[in-house]
Design a protein around this ligand. Structure first.
Ligand SMILES: Nc1ncnc2c1ncn2[C@@H]1O[C@H](COP(=O)(O)OP(=O)(O)O)[C@@H](O)[C@H]1O
Ligand SMILES: [Mg+2]
Length: 234
């Protein structure tokens, strides 16, 4: 079932961020929400995930959808180790062996197995960001929602994380939404890029990236036309 955003209104005081906003998102594609800072992307993602209640309007999806959510901030507990922070999303799991293997598998996807017993303040910012990505993997939601998951990371690390996310997506096929204002990030894994402006948020354009994922890294020239289009936006 596709996710339908229907006639959503959300204001903060006098600021209308979502003003009768509607959009239907095909569940089998990777969606990127692209737009300048402050246009309302995080607000939209929060409303979709049920983290924030809209003033009015509906999000239509199956009632039991579970969200793996990567927040714009890391949101790690400083007094818990890396593996404990990841395991937090599995607190209602009774099967200890399952929890352990989920934590191990997701830490290995982000290449942090060697740091499982470290505390957040012993890690670099990029490593902490990877812990929050691992935590989302471990939960294995039906939806993977990521709010600027690659911000502040240097290119090489970003690429390996994007590979990890793509690998995870191929394995589990969650409905996937991610926010970025980085053109290269958008073109690395997205199938559909929604270009937003606002507030109030509106869709300026939708770009369907037709280049198969396997070719995006090896043949970057295939992405040039899309890149050009996106660089005219911000
Ligand atoms: N909790 C809040 N209280 C007041 N204003 C908010 C709140 N959250 C967001 N805003 C405002 O709403 C607008 C959109 O914010 P946000 O959705 O975070 O944008 P983006 O993620 O695209 O940068 C901004 O002007 C921001 O200041
Ligand atoms: Mg934001």
């Amino acid at each position: 079932m596709n996710l339908t955003i229907k006639n959503i209104h959300k204001s903060f005081g006098n600021l209308k961020v979502l003003d009768d906003f509607s959009l239907e998102l095909d569940k089998s594609r990777i969606h990127c929400f692209f737009g300048p800072s402050g246009c309302g992307k995080t607000t939209l993602m929060h409303v979709i995930a049920g983290i924030m209640k809209p003033d009015s309007g509906d999000i239509i999806m199956p009632p039991d959808m579970r969200f793996s959510y990567i927040f714009q901030e890391e949101r790690l507990l400083p007094w818990k180790t890396v593996k404990e922070n990841v395991a937090l999303v599995l607190l209602d799991q009774k099967d200890e062996a399952y929890v352990e293997s989920q934590v191990k598998d997701s830490l290995s996807l982000v290449e942090l197995n060697d740091f499982a017993d470290y505390y957040p303040n012993e890690l670099s910012g990029g490593m902490r960001q990877r812990v929050s990505i691992a935590r989302a993997f471990a939960y294995e939601g039906d939806v993977l929602a990521m709010d600027e998951p690659f911000k502040g990371l240097h290119l090489k690390l970003k690429q390996s994380l994007m590979e990890a996310i793509y690998k995870y997506w191929m394995l589990h096929k969650p409905q996937t939404y991610f926010i970025t204002h980085d053109i290269d990030d958008a073109l690395y894994i997205a199938d559909d890029i929604y270009i937003f402006e606002g507030p109030p948020m509106r869709i300026v354009d939708k770009i369907e990236v037709q280049v198969p994922h396997e070719l995006r890294k090896t043949n970057p020239e295939l992405l040039m036309a899309y890149k050009k289009k996106l660089s005219g936006v911000l």
